[in-house]
Write a protein that binds this ligand. Structure first.
Ligand code: OGA
Ligand code: MN
Length: 216
């Protein structure tokens, strides 16, 4: 199936920005069309089946290490220049989000980083904040869940820690979540079944120049 360049519905985009501004997070089940979410779910399942995903690391630089007692997911980073089909359409939706948030919040967020993630049965991600200590590069976190036929017994909900108390979000196919990376602590509750998602961040810093691939 071909996915022409598409954008999220403008109503979903403005509601999301308003909710993030007012309460630090927003949810939308209509940001991505259902057929695109389904195609993305198939892509993610294929990645997972081929084990192209690598174990996620904690921290950055010399302190980066793999800690399955903190997070148990496998990830594959996406490069927007190399995408096609549903992943390209996903990227275009996210870039529309990026441009809209930049204007809405009057904040330069020139860079998107995003990866596929697969949590094997029994895995989780302990409570954390997405900003690394002493850096403020990640301004907004976004998550798209890709689990068709999700049931409460499958577990793996996202728990957001809000001032009014915790709120759980089921990782259902097509559920999109966005929140302030500097503000909202969250965790992934243990999943009983393989749990697929696309996660990413709108970043305040520039894309690093890659001199290996740069051609004048
Ligand atoms: C993360 C994260 C939450 C989720 O990757 O930093 O918190 O629901 N993911 O997958
Ligand atoms: Mn996180």
């Amino acid at each position: 199936m071909k996915f022409p360049p598409t954008s999220p519905p403008s109503g979903a985009l403005s509601a999301l920005a308003q909710h993030v501004a007012q309460q630090g997070y927003g949810l939308s089940a209509t940001f991505f069309p259902p057929e695109l979410a389904l195609a993305l779910s198939r892509e993610a399942a294929a990645f997972f089946a081929h084990e192209a995903l690598r174990p996620a690391q904690i921290g950055k630089g010399p302190t980066q290490k793999q800690r399955e007692d903190i997070r148990g997911d496998r990830i594959a980073w996406l490069d927007g220049r190399q995408l096609s089909g549903p992943l390209l359409s996903y990227w275009q939706h996210i870039d529309t989000l990026r441009a809209y948030f930049a204007q809405y919040f009057r904040l330069a967020v020139p860079w998107v980083e995003t990866h596929l993630a697969a949590y094997p049965p029994g895995s989780f991600y302990r409570r954390h904040l997405d900003q690394f200590r002493a850096t403020t590069n990640r301004a907004f976190t976004f998550l798209l869940y890709l689990n068709e036929g999700w049931q409460p017994a499958h577990g793996g909900s996202l728990r957001l820690y809000l001032p009014e108390g915790p709120q759980d979000v089921a990782p259902r196919l097509g559920q999109f979540v966005c929140f302030r990376s500097d503000l909202i602590e969250h965790e992934v509750l243990p999943t009983q079944v393989p749990r697929l998602s696309l996660s990413g961040w709108l970043r305040r810093d520039e894309v690093p120049l890659d001199l290996q691939t740069f051609t004048p």
